[in-house]
Design a protein around this ligand. Structure first.
Ligand SMILES: Nc1nc2c(c(=O)[nH]1)N[C@H]1C(S)=C(S)[C@@H](COP(=O)(O)OP(=O)(O)OC[C@H]3O[C@@H](n4cnc5c(N)ncnc54)[C@H](O)[C@@H]3O)O[C@H]1N2
Ligand code: MOO
Ligand code: MG
Length: 422
């Protein structure tokens, strides 16, 4: 008699895996090398921004009170006593009816409280002395970017765990982070199992297929912020597989295998877990695809036995491995972002268990639309190329019509960055 497995609900399975989460660690990298890494400490303003009152325009700085009588037929004249560009510090103090010619970004001279753009000023010379005149009244603080008006000293700007994107990098540079403390990338071992597997560079042979899962998983690890260690592919032979997997566990904290977790005669992972003395948390989840996803624990090591079927393998990674990696990367919300969307395509299949349908998202007229990414079968690979989200269809339902409200898990985290930062 074949073993009958008892499926557990997806949420419970995720919960069980997260109970065995491992803590991440940090390392210091050059700012130049920090893209797509995750902050191990929040970015806190080390000084106000701007750090001095500055001019937003090329023009003249002077005292606004000197323009109180200015009008179209009563221009007011100022002696131009200095000329500064950005980066130059004014050496003179402005007094009554004096102005300094100032460029965008330059520090406002002492005594001045406004800047007038060149376009509203007239310049002239008298007895070899530079003057300018203006026919408008200026207000105090007009056209002055005040110190601290953007950011105050000590303000928390981006939170720990956030992805370093171009904007975060600009902020880090603003505050002098030549080096940044980031989360160390968790290293995840990857092994593909299956006698049928060929290397990518090999020609097809009867009954064989190329090993696509290892590449897919490696790419999912990278997308999740981790680093992969590909430890090769194994034929379905017990002794050599056991030895390789045992050795792999000496090198990694997290090991992903694909294939060999179901009840087939050559599905060796259950026996390998047993011989390793690993505790199997579950070996059947009430979900499609990926029902055979098996997770085992050995000491503080996590072994993810993902399905060999490509779509099941893909979904198993996103639901169970990704949150662990995000936790290790200091995210305070390591789960996939869940949004509401409107189904565009019909989905007539029944859903005895929770189904994660490979989907892609589009945005139209304020609406988020969920489209099917392609054929929805556990064994297909082609729909994965178009997948940007997983539509969640609850168990015990059937027949979803276009126009139905559905829930969707977003796989592209860049879309949800603000939630990590705020
Ligand atoms: N009697 C039963 N048979 C099956 C059951 C069941 O409950 N009872 N479950 C089915 C479901 S659901 C799935 S999913 C698969 C899972 O199988 P395994 O995880 O054991 O994976 P394999 O048998 O090794 O392979 C399945 C399938 O995937 C292909 N594969 C494997 N590795 C790769 C790879 N690296 N790259 C691309 N494709 C790969 C393999 O050739 C098989 O076609 O079991 C069902 N059976
Ligand atoms: O585990 Mo299978 O992927 O449910 O189809
Ligand atoms: Mg199998």
């Amino acid at each position: 008699m074949v073993e009958v497995r008892k499926p557990i609900p997806v949420e419970e399975a995720v919960h069980q895996v997260m109970n065995h989460r491992i803590e991440g660690s940090e390392e210091v990298v050059l700012l130049h090398h920090s893209d797509n890494r995750r902050l191990a400490e929040s970015v806190v303003a080390k000084h106000p921004v701007p750090s001095f009152d500055k001019s937003p325009y090329d023009g003249f700085a002077f005292r606004s009170e000197d323009t109180i009588d200015a009008s179209l037929d009563n221009p007011v004249s100022f002696e131009v006593i200095e000329h500064i560009g950005a980066g130059q510090v004014p050496t003179k103090v402005i007094h009554k009816n004096q102005a300094i010619r100032i460029m965008t970004g330059a520090q406002i001279p002492e005594g001045a409280d406004c800047v007038a753009m060149f376009e509203i000023c007239r310049t002239f010379k008298e007895n070899g002395i530079d003057f300018m005149s203006i026919k408008r009244k200026m207000r105090p603080d007009q056209n002055i970017i005040k110190e601290g008006s953007e950011v105050t000293n000590g303000e928390t700007l981006v939170k720990v765990g956030a992805l370093i994107n171009p904007g975060v990098k600009a902020l880090l540079a603003t505050f002098g982070y030549h080096k940044v403390t980031v989360a160390k990338k968790p290293v995840v071992g990857v092994i593909a199992t299956g006698t049928e597997l060929l290397d990518v560079e090999e020609e097809l042979q009867p009954g064989k297929i190329r090993n696509s899962n290892a590449y897919m998983i490696a790419s999912q690890i990278i997308r999740a912020g981790g680093e992969y260690n590909y430890l090769g592919k194994l034929a379905d032979e017990f002794d050599s597989s056991y030895q390789t997997i045992k050795k792999a566990l000496d090198e990694v904290d997290i090991l992903i295998t694909t294939g060999g977790v179901s009840v087939g005669d050559f599905d060796l992972m259950p026996a390998i877990y047993e011989k390793l003395g690993a505790d199997v948390l579950f070996n059947k989840v009430a979900m499609r695809p990926g029902s055979v996803t098996t997770v085992a624990v050995r000491g503080n090591q996590l072994l993810f036995g993902l399905s060999g079927n490509p779509s099941a393998c893909y979904v198993g990674f996103e639901l169970f491995v990704r949150p662990i990696l995000h936790h290790m990367l200091f995210s305070d919300n390591p789960y996939l972002k869940r949004i509401k969307a409107t189904l565009v395509d019909p989905f007539p299949k029944p859903n005895p268990f929770t189904r994660f349908v490979r989907s892609y998202v589009s945005y139209e007229n304020k609406e988020v639309l969920a489209h099917l990414a392609g054929m929805d079968k556990s064994n297909v690979v082609s729909s994965l190329a178009h997948t940007t989200g997983l539509m969640v269809l609850p168990g015990g339902t059937r027949g979803f019509e276009p126009g139905t409200d559905v829930e969707l898990l977003l796989l592209n985290e860049a879309d949800t960055q603000r939630e990590f930062n705020s």
